[in-house]
Design a protein around this ligand. Structure first.
Ligand SMILES: *Cc1c(COP(=O)(O)O)cnc(C)c1O
Length: 393
């Protein structure tokens, strides 16, 4: 690359630095649920390990001790070539049973799922209506679908009245066969929960609707068995595509969709990130199945998480901060980029690792601390944390 080109990139990076939007990796050292940063031990309130599974060394030891079968750490190819191992089908069957006998298809990540499903199921006669704040992976899926002639429109965040107005506008359009509603059950930045039963009612009114719900932050955490908000609301059967990720509360890696068997077959035939990418390490898929069986019974952890969440929200609101959260993801919206970064430093000094989130991940003037609660934080740590928030400048 020429000096001139490098200078162009450098200039863009400088702009990011000037607006407090520059990103870089941190040198982290993990110890159980805690994190070491520059020699200081911090309570980790930034991880997606909501139930403490990733830091549970006992569980890992149990897995390694009981898993006698030899499974490789690499699959060597796509499942459609030589990469299909029995363990994938075992996990798909287990997921299918839990999700009321529907079909399950695994993907390499939640990102793969979202970037691949929309382009596979949408065509020039499909309309996608997506919540304004959906995850970047869904946006990329829409961009790819749009390249195939799919019309994509965003509705105001969680505004189902706006959504219905858009549905009415397009539903009788003869050039549209299907309308895919895409949203998240728990939003990754605001932590707010979606009214899934209301979406199910819309579907009952408008026959062209298909519901596509991303449960990445709800799997493990919501529902009696931790299957997500669809389970909690009793609408597993009504949601056409339930997408999720195993990398968060499930402490593994991979993505999945729960859908009709016909749609599964269709995706296997048309979904490019599934067809053209090497399948997950079989050993890791066995771990996912093991975690799944364990997580079903983690009701006490789920209840504890819920209690912490209620307590923290009350506290934050009493301090006068805005907080839209209904879940373990609790944003404290400070608005200003520099103030947000200062607040993360202040919390670090108090022994808490919390990340600041800035544009473009969130809209302009919506910078926030993004607290991710987990069920392993002790009562003392939690009390100290609430105190530390009260001291923010
Ligand atoms: C994390 C996340 C994804 C991506 O899942 P990965 O398995 O990490 O690729 C997709 N959707 C949402 C809402 C997420 O938060």
């Amino acid at each position: 690359m020429s000096e001139r080109m490098l200078a162009q990139f450098a200039e863009h990076l400088d702009q990011l630095k000037q607006t407090d939007n520059y990103r870089s990796f941190r040198k982290l050292h993990h110890q159980g649920a805690a994190i070491h940063l520059d020699g200081q031990k911090l309570v980790n309130l930034a991880s997606n390990d909501y139930l403490g599974v990733a830091s549970d060394e006992h569980l890992q030891a149990q897995f390694l001790a009981t898993y006698q079968d030899y499974l490789p750490f690499g699959s060597s190819s796509s499942r459609l070539l030589t990469g299909n191992f029995a363990v994938y089908e075992m996990l798909e069957e287990r997921m299918g049973e839990l999700f009321l006998g529907r079909a399950c298809l695994l993907f390499n990540s939640g990102y793969h799922a979202n970037v691949g499903i929309l382009p596979a199921i949408c065509d020039g006669r499909t309309l996608v209506l997506a919540d304004k704040l959906v995850h970047a992976s869904i946006i990329d899926g829409m961009r790819l679908a749009a390249a195939n002639g799919t019309k994509c429109v965003r509705y105001q965040h969680q505004n189902l009245t706006h959504l219905e107005t858009l549905i009415q506008k397009y539903h009788d359009d003869m050039s549209i066969d299907r309308i895919v509603i895409v949203t998240e059950s728990i939003f990754s930045m605001d932590g707010d929960a979606t009214d899934l039963p209301a979406l199910v009612r819309l579907k009952a009114t408008y026959p062209k609707l298909i519901l596509y719900i991303d449960e990445a932050h709800a799997i493990g955490v919501r529902g009696q068995q931790g299957l997500g908000c669809a389970e909690a609301f009793g609408c597993i059967d009504e949601i056409d595509l339930i997408v999720g990720a195993f990398g968060k509360a499930m402490a593994s890696v991979g993505g999945y969709v729960i859908c009709h068997q016909m749609i599964k077959d269709y995706l296997i035939n048309t979904m490019r990130p599934l067809i053209f990418s090497t399948a997950l390490p079989p050993m890791n898929v066995a771990w996912t199945a093991f975690v799944l069986d364990n997580i079903i019974g983690m009701t006490a952890e789920r209840n504890k998480l819920q209690m912490r969440h209620e307590h923290l929200i009350m506290h934050i609101k009493s301090l006068g901060f805005e907080c839209p959260s209904d879940s373990q993801i609790v944003p404290i919206i400070l608005k200003d980029n520099a103030r947000t970064m200062r607040a993360t430093d202040e919390l670090t000094k108090q022994g808490f690792f919390v990340l600041g989130v800035r544009p473009p991940t969130v809209p302009q003037n919506q910078s926030r601390l993004r607290v991710c609660l987990n069920s392993t934080i002790s009562d003392d740590e939690f009390t100290q944390f609430c105190h530390a928030i009260g001291q923010l400048t």
